[in-house]
Design a protein around this ligand. Structure first.
Ligand code: 13P
Ligand code: SF4
Length: 341
């Protein structure tokens, strides 16, 4: 239930620059609902020395109006490691908040909704990794950051969608275990000589796209450039013009300015990017992530007011998980914007 937050002339004036940024995507009739929250959050952030780290899948009023840093999973992790704010509010899902806590153990890390999970993170446990290690002794274990702290702690190194190939190729030997995203692993396997063993985890948002659907977009929207996230099934990536992390897709639009584009990923991406590129036509089929969409302005405000929900990680687990995340952060990125194989 939204609380009663009056839209006063003072709030209208204070939030006018924020509305200017999003007016192409948020109708004027909706702004009086968002503006009081935007105003209160931005004030409270300063009072509490807090920063809001927002994933690219946050809705435009969060992404453009209250976030201090926006980005993909790798960029948010790097930001969490270097921020000097006392409080991090993670506008994203739980594994992202845990990663921030692992990298900044002395800071207070808050998540506005504890139920913001992830189907990939839910697909594997540390006990599963122990069994895989018994079955494949000596094979390095790479885990996607979309996992719990315990799973990270049981791994040799983490990866994200923007550095997965670089991480896999940085490892010794000719075989890797790449967990838990089966499709990301299959998409990487097509770009490396290494044997990639995987797990049957899927992103519930990206697994719903199909190659046939991409062919339909091309028929219906001639000339459309197709950008896909590597969590999509391999037949989708094969049909795409480019596959990359959420930020790599944004960079593609910024650098190449396609006339017409479809972002084969979560719905808020196109909204957020369209704000900056009015000259680009965005074809909008997309799938919503119900976990990301749990984060709202109202919950961010409550989170800052009540300093909840604090995310904690057992220090022993956090130390081991940090080793896996730090190893990932030490791998140089060769090519942030990479073509689909
Ligand atoms: P990236 O933003 O790292 O590409 O990840 C996408 C995603 O689904 C995060 O949950
Ligand atoms: Fe997890 Fe997919 Fe949602 Fe990202 S989009 S949080 S991978 S379920």
């Amino acid at each position: 239930m939204e609380r009663d937050m009056p839209y006063t002339p003072a709030i209208a004036a204070a939030t006018a620059p924020a509305y200017e940024k999003v007016k192409a995507i948020i109708p004027a009739i909706e702004w009086p609902v968002h503006a009081p929250y935007v105003h209160a959050i931005n004030q409270l952030k300063r009072e509490k020395n807090a920063v809001i780290l927002a994933h690219n899948y946050m809705t435009p009023e969060i992404f453009h109006c209250v976030a201090d840093f926006v980005g993909d999973s790798l960029q948010l992790a790097r930001e969490a490691a270097k921020t000097d704010a006392a409080v991090i509010v993670q506008a994203g899902v739980h594994f992202m908040a845990e990663t921030s806590k692992i990298l900044s153990p002395d800071k207070t890390v808050l998540i506005p909704d504890l139920e913001a999970g992830c189907s990939l993170a839910a697909s594997i446990t540390a006990a599963d990794i122990a069994l895989l290690r018994e079955r494949f002794p000596g094979v390095p274990v790479v885990t996607y950051v979309n996992t719990s702290a315990e799973v990270k702690a049981a791994s040799d190194i983490c990866c994200t969608s923007s550095n997965a190939l670089d991480v896999v190729e940085s490892l010794p030997g000719d075989t890797v275990l790449m967990l838990p995203d089966e499709f990301l692993a299959q998409n990487i396997a097509r770009q490396t000589r290494k044997k990639v063993l995987t797990w049957a985890g899927h992103c519930e948002v990206h697994e719903r796209f199909s190659g046939a659907e991409i062919r339909r977009y091309r028929e219906m929207h001639p000339g459309v450039v197709v950008l896909a996230h590597p969590e999509c099934p391999p037949d989708v990536v094969a049909e795409a013009d480019f596959a990359g992390s959420t930020s790599a897709m944004i960079a593609y639009v910024g650098d190449r300015r396609p006339k017409r584009v479809v972002m084969v990923t979560e719905c808020s991406m196109s909204d957020n990017v369209a704000v900056n590129y009015p000259d680009v036509e965005f074809v909008r089929p997309c799938n919503l992530c119900p976990h990301m969409k749990r984060i709202t302005l109202e919950k961010i405000l409550r989170s800052l007011e009540t300093m909840t929900h604090e995310v904690t990680v057992d220090p022993v687990v956090a130390k081991k998980a940090k080793e896996a995340v730090d190893r990932m952060l030490a791998v140089p990125l060769r090519d942030a914007v990479r073509k689909a194989a």
